[in-house]
Design a protein around this ligand. Structure first.
Ligand code: BGC
Length: 802
């Protein structure tokens, strides 16, 4: 009887007995003339050509190179994860807590590479073994959703640079980040790891991050390619989508990232697209990614993704991570049966070797395990402060002058949530709370609420389960209701109240509407009582949102004088919040994802995250579970494309964000009346207010009616000014080509830009358009001829513009 692993982890069901395979491997190896010739002095990677290395590798060694060394994390019950090849577990890990390793072939000078998560900081064990005298904490940077709100690719590149130095100095070769799936629905459990609902923002941010990280001579893995837009049943989910939406919304960001940063690796996703696992899709990984987009690197699976190892290699998925012995057996069997050719395996092996050749491990980089944590914390703080979004600021409530007395309410004022859970989490040395940040910035944090919360949180934390599973966020501690007398006294004696509301989510589960997207009744009551008490004394109430994803704000915002969206700002969060609340840093972030009025406003809200299908013997739920399916019926109308086209007014629209100053937009000047090759649009932005600030200008384009229905407008470019002093101006210039304006015409199998009159709209948000100008495209431009691929298995119903 073969070992029975949970259904989601079982790989090839028909693995032949190990002995026969070993014999086969030995036979194949012995039959290789190159092996016989070079046995005395085998060629060495880097010195010999790849052809010589390939000739010297035995079949068994080649298979080892495309299958990782297994995964043995602490906290997973024994036997839950399938083992790697015999002996792999015993090989000491170079970096404990890293997620994956490749096999070394020592006799040919091929070292083992180390792969590590994740998008908000290097995720490794902070303590190794029993020795806690030396620690290995990495910087917890702000989450991706926050970084995208900066709309500042220079800043994100700087974060990538600091991040990559930690990857390198901890001895890691490839960072398993950035995550760049689209925010399709606000309930997506991993949205915090992803940038935006818009592919131009997501792709630009990912490229900046990759360039920053890889500038350190280490690799990245842009993930999860593609359509991992939810966590529910992610390993068995079949997503039905039409080719246009797939290309224009869900693949375009990846395409931009490949074009602008050529990452070392891509990670395929768990789910199926139109019936095929992405890791087994030749259409996706070879025809599109390599032939059409020109990707030159390696593709790896997500951890235990897909189910047919040979099909994965054939599709162009070169490395199976974290690797299981069953996969090794399945590949050897496929070679024997002819299902997989040696030539195909050589293609995959070559890509692994090319990756090894670039790696710091191969180059013998002497890593210190002591990255510049102090300098990197400063980068994390700056990035957080520059990206927070000021959602509301009635009558100049913010900034709050230094020295004021502040009463802090809400659990997360004292226990800031630095980031999300799962593989996007970081083992960090500390998290600065809002209370600490404000104290350090010179405010007096009122002691009565501080003490009450300290006591409450201590007793509630003691009730929490000791150990949680990797995929399970800690249970949320309900909000405490401040004592009425204490509240009245605080309203009397302090200057302002700040209430922080926190949300955490992560890998393995999606969020819920009740008590998560929507406020809990305790949170609603807290806002109401604090607002009544403070407003009664003529004092202001500020709400800070400490969340990785979108929340409902419309029903309660009128009770708050100011709302600052602090996102999940990383370990320096409390300092960064204080920087913005004090005006030390001018808020300049804008939303890269829409805040709808109600969850029901999200297109096909009730159909998310899809439905389970009947399956004999299916077990489990949530993450793994039964086969399920999900139809992307909204097509291209995702996020603001939906809200603007269908005229559904959000609470805070895509691109929205206030500052402490105002900006005047000069006339939008086009370089020519019609687009031939390219056209530039420029405009002068002037700080018309009284304090310094930065402005994000978004260039939306409204397309003429053509063969295809188009969204009301689409973001085609964006730019951010420098810090402008009052009265100071800066001219921003945007360049557009026909490719930037193209839509995907499925019938023609081509990216096309229709002829007609286009309107370029420069906006402070997707709804706040300040300047516009028109230009023409004289005749239809076929930007790129493509292939028919990833065609839906069934008709996907689509939203139609009336
Ligand atoms: C996640 C990936 C991650 C990998 C390794 C998977 O469960 O989906 O994003 O990189 O684990 O930890």
């Amino acid at each position: 009887m073969p070992t029975q692993y949970p259904r989601f982890l079982r790989l090839s069901p028909a693995a032949p007995p190990a002995l026969r395979l070993l014999a086969l491997a030995a036979l194949l190896a012995a039959a290789s003339p190159a092996r016989a010739q070079t046995a005395a002095s085998p060629p060495q990677l880097g010195k010999a050509s790849l052809k010589e290395i390939l000739a010297a590798l035995t079949t068994e060694e080649k298979v080892k190179l495309v299958v990782g060394m297994g995964f043995y994390p602490s906290g997973f019950p024994a036997g839950m994860l399938p083992p790697g090849d015999p002996g792999d577990r015993e090989v000491p890990e170079k970096v404990p807590g890293a997620a994956g390793r490749t096999h070394a072939i020592a006799r040919l000078g091929i070292p083992s590479l180390t792969l590590s998560d994740g998008p908000a900081g290097v995720r490794i064990d902070a303590i190794r073994g029993k020795d806690s005298t030396k620690t290995y904490y990495a910087t917890a940077f702000p989450v991706a959703t926050l970084l995208a709100s900066s709309w500042d690719t220079t800043l994100v590149r700087r974060v990538g640079g600091a991040f990559g130095s930690e990857v390198r100095d901890f001895g890691i070769d490839v960072l398993l980040a950035p995550g760049m799936n689209i925010h399709r629905n606000p309930l997506g459990g991993r949205n915090f790891e992803y940038y935006s609902e818009d592919p131009v923002v997501a792709g630009s941010m990912a490229a900046a991050f990759v360039n920053g990280v890889e500038g350190n001579g280490v690799g990245t893995s842009i993930k999860h390619f593609a359509l991992n837009n939810q966590e529910f049943n992610r390993m068995q989910l079949n997503s039905h989508i039409n080719e246009r939406a797939l290309r224009e919304i869900y693949l375009k960001g990846f395409q931009l990232a490949v074009r602008k940063s050529q990452p070392w690796t891509v990670m395929s996703s768990y789910n199926k697209i139109n019936g095929t696992y992405t890791s087994e899709s030749h259409d996706l990984l070879t025809t599109l990614l390599r032939q059409e987009w020109g990707f030159k690197g390696l593709v790896m699976t997500d951890w235990y993704g897909g189910h047919d190892a040979a099909a994965q290699l054939k599709a162009g998925n070169d490395l199976l991570e974290p690797g299981t012995h069953a996969q090794t057996e399945a590949i050897l069997a496929a070679l024997k049966s002819g299902q997989l050719t040696p030539a195909q395996l050589d293609v995959n092996v070559t890509r692994v070797l090319e990756l090894v050749l670039k790696s710091p491990t191969f180059k013998g980089y002497k890593y210190s395990s002591q990255p510049a944590l102090k300098a990197n914390a400063a980068v994390a703080r700056q990035a957080a402060a520059e990206s927070m979004v000021l959602l509301r600021n009635e009558a100049g409530t913010l900034p709050i002058a230094a020295g004021h007395q502040v009463a802090l309410f809400g659990n997360t004022s004292y226990n800031l949530i630095a980031g999300g859970t799962g593989s996007g989490d970081v083992n960090r040395a500390y998290t600065i709370s809002l209370a600490q940040g404000l104290s350090a910035a010179g405010y007096t944090v009122a002691s009565a609420p501080s003490q009450a919360y300290a006591q409450y949180l201590q007793s509630e934390k003691a009730k929490l389960p000791k150990k949680r599973s990797f995929f399970e966020p800690l249970p949320v501690i309900a909000e405490m209701m401040p004592d009425a007398a204490m509240l009245a006294q605080q309203a009397q004696t302090t200057d302002v109240a700040i209430i922080t509301l926190g949300r955490s989510a992560g890998e393995g589960g999606d969020r819920k509407v009740t008590d998560d997207f929507d406020l809990t009744s305790a949170e609603q009551a807290l806002i109401k009582q604090v607002a009544a008490a403070f407003h009664g004394k003529g004092k202001k109430v500020v709400v800070v949102l400490n969340t990785g994803g979108v929340m409902e704000v419309a029903s309660w915002r009128s009770q708050a004088d100011a709302i600052l969206l602090g996102w999940q700002p990383g370990q320096e969060g409390g300092h960064a919040l204080a920087d913005v609340l004090s005006g030390q840093v001018a808020p300049s972030g804008k939303l890269a994802t829409t805040f709808p009025v109600a969850y029901t406003d999200v297109p096909y809200a009730t159909e998310f995250p899809g439905k389970e299908l009947a399956s004999p013997g299916g077990a489990g739920g949530g993450l793994m579970g039964k086969p399920s399916e999900n139809a992307y019926n909204e097509g291209i109308y995702v996020g603001y494309r939906y809200y603007t086209t269908f005229k559904v007014k959000p609470a805070y629209e895509f691109g929205y964000g206030l500052g402490y100053t105002t900006f005047a937009y000069g006339k939008l000047q086009l370089s020519a009346p019609s687009l031939t090759g390219k056209i530039t649009a420029s405009l002068k932005v002037t700080n018309s207010g009284r304090v310094a600030g930065k402005e994000v200008v978004q260039l939306y384009v409204h397309a003429p009616k053509g063969a295809l229905a188009k969204p009301e407008s689409e973001l085609r470019a964006f730019a951010k000014t420098n810090l402008l002093a009052p009265g100071q101006s800066q001219t921003l210039t945007f360049t557009l080509t026909a490719a930037d304006l193209a839509s995907y015409n499925t019938a023609a199998e081509a990216w096309q830009t229709d002829a007609g009159t286009y309107t370029a709209r420069a906006g402070a948000s997707s709804l706040d358009i300040r300047q516009s100008a028109t230009f023409t495209v004289p005749k239809l431009v076929v930007v790129q001829k493509s292939y028919k691929l990833l065609a839906p298995q069934q008709v996907v119903k689509e939203l139609i513009v009336k």
